[in-house]
Ligand binder design. Structure first.
Ligand code: ADE
Length: 230
């Protein structure tokens, strides 16, 4: 049976999970707290990393290497690029990229460094679980590209660059780094995000208003998935 890691970036992204899981045991390690727990007979380890690619890389690596997780699910919020995505809507990543990784001066594509890849794909079996949960609950989910970078995007210009360069549907600050870790360690992974803003000039205000509600939508969906993961 899988030991399932569920991670978010911020406390608000894992709080709805911690309210519902059972047998919670907190373990502090590497300047972070990890919550071992069970839910409907499944073994879980839940943590939030803190915001950004570096902290999320550290947490994903610890969940796998120290806590022995064999699958990883990321739950959180994102800014929408695809105009079909509205606040509260869910997106599942089919692939992720780093929009702020830039050595284009040496002739490389945006998001590419030697021995890396522009896009990392998520696990198709976990995506299938998500799609069946969505159809059972009559929820709409969009499957698409998520772009990650160490910046909160609140600019139509930056959003347009990320959209045209990567054909991304949503953006956030952790997914692609978690993807790199899981891909390197051969751990199937999945990234779900509920929209908190549209990364435009009003994104800061929208994020403050909608982040908690959208984080809850994402977390509840993830828990519905857990019981269907072998
Ligand atoms: N997460 C949610 N909204 C975001 C935005 N606009 N930029 C980066 N990360 C986000």
């Amino acid at each position: 049976m899988s030991k399932i890691a569920i991670m978010g970036a911020m406390p608000e992204e894992i709080a709805p999970l911690l309210e519902k899981v059972e047998n919670v045991k907190k373990v502090d390690y590497a300047n972070n707290s990890y919550y071992e727990a069970t839910y409907k007979g499944k073994e879980l380890v839940i943590a939030y990393s803190k915001i950004g690619k570096v902290f999320s890389t550290l947490t994903a690596a610890m969940l796998i290497e120290k806590f022995g997780c064999t699958k990883l699910l990321f739950s959180g919020v994102a800014g929408a690029i695809n105009p079909e995505l509205h606040i509260g809507d869910l997106i599942i990543a089919d692939k992720l990229c780093q929009h702020d990784l830039d050595i284009t001066i040496f002739g490389h594509a945006h998001g590419f460094v030697p021995e890396g890849a522009v896009f990392v794909e998520t696990d198709t079996a976990l995506r299938d679980v998500a799609k069946s949960v969505a159809s059972k609950n009559e929820l709409k989910v969009i499957e698409g590209t998520i772009a990650t970078g160490d910046q909160f995007v609140a600019s139509n210009d930056r959003k347009a660059f990320i959209s045209s360069t990567f054909e991304a549907d949503a953006l956030e600050m952790e997914g692609a780094s978690v993807a790199v870790v899981c891909d390197a360690l051969n751990v199937p992974f999945f990234v779900l995000r509920a929209i908190s803003d549209t990364a435009n000039d009003d994104a800061g205000m929208d994020f403050d208003e909608f982040m908690v509600g959208s984080a809850k939508i994402s977390a509840n969906f993830i828990l519905d998935m857990v019981e269907n993961i072998e």
